[in-house]
Design a protein around this ligand. Structure first.
Ligand code: PXP
Length: 239
């Protein structure tokens, strides 16, 4: 069965819109785990627009939660990760003005820094993942940098599916990159912009071990409740 990682960032977005403490991303992480999420993703952004430092501390401190901390590849964030010791770290590109993570990492441009950060995380026994656009050169570089996993950016595919446009070229890229990454010994994850439809489309790619889904789950939970949304995803993800 493909693992389901749930990103609770947007519970933080909603909380921050009032500047108070409700709804609480920590409680969301606990409830999502109780109903079957295999891991909880949180993205500590430079501008702290959804998750803040205290959320990271509370969520990582609860060892019953499997936490995937998404963060920009810089040494300030590395320090925070090493202090909070999440189970996983996923390195992502970050531009301050973007609405959400727009593309994968530019690995060749940031090779030296990424290598150092991955080394430090590996040493601390934190599983590392690189969020990349699905290209073979990105995968080859991820392997060279000793990342444990790659997360393939599904945003483009998801956008095409939502607009009811042909997505076959993008799907082929993701399929071929998944196979290539798997062959090189990298664990393959996929995420961004995903919903039930995209999950059904990507599920047959047997090399993908984990989906990371956030915005859709938080939004859909408003209508149907998080328990039933997770149950529906888990049904789809059964191999
Ligand atoms: N994976 C990564 C690396 C991301 O940056 C995000 C967005 O924070 C997601 C998955 C989840 O994307 P979405 O909220 O569109 O499901």
């Amino acid at each position: 069965m493909i693992k389901l990682g749930i990103n609770v960032d947007h519970v933080g977005t909603l909380r921050n819109s009032r500047g108070e403490s409700h709804p609480d991303p920590y409680l969301a992480a606990k409830v999502a785990t109780k109903y079957g999420a295999n891991s909880i993703t949180i993205h500590l952004r430079e501008d702290r627009r959804h998750i803040n430092d205290l959320d990271v501390r509370r969520i990582c401190k609860n060892k019953k939660l499997t936490v995937n901390l998404e963060m920009a590849a810089n040494f300030k964030m590395l320090k925070i990760a090493l202090f909070n010791k999440p189970s996983y770290v996923c390195l992502v590109p970050e531009r301050r003005k973007e609405i959400t993570t727009e593309g994968g990492l530019n690995i060749s441009k940031n090779k030296f820094k990424l290598k150092k950060i991955i080394q430090r995380l590996n040493k601390a026994k934190i599983r590392t993942s690189l969020f990349i656009d699905p290209t073979k050169s990105n995968i080859k570089l991820s392997k060279e940098l000793h990342s444990n996993c790659v997360e393939l950016h599904t945003g483009r595919l998801a956008g095409l599916v939502k607009k009811k446009k042909s997505f076959n070229v993008e799907l082929k890229k993701i399929r071929e990159c998944s196979k290539y990454a798997y062959k090189l010994g990298l664990e393959v994850h996929a995420g961004h912009g995903m919903d039930y439809k995209t999950a059904k489309i990507l599920k047959p790619i047997k090399e993908i071990k984990e989906f990371n889904i956030g915005h859709f789950i938080v939004g859909e939970s408003f209508f149907y409740g998080i328990k039933s949304v997770i149950i529906r995803f888990k049904k789809i993800l059964k191999k």
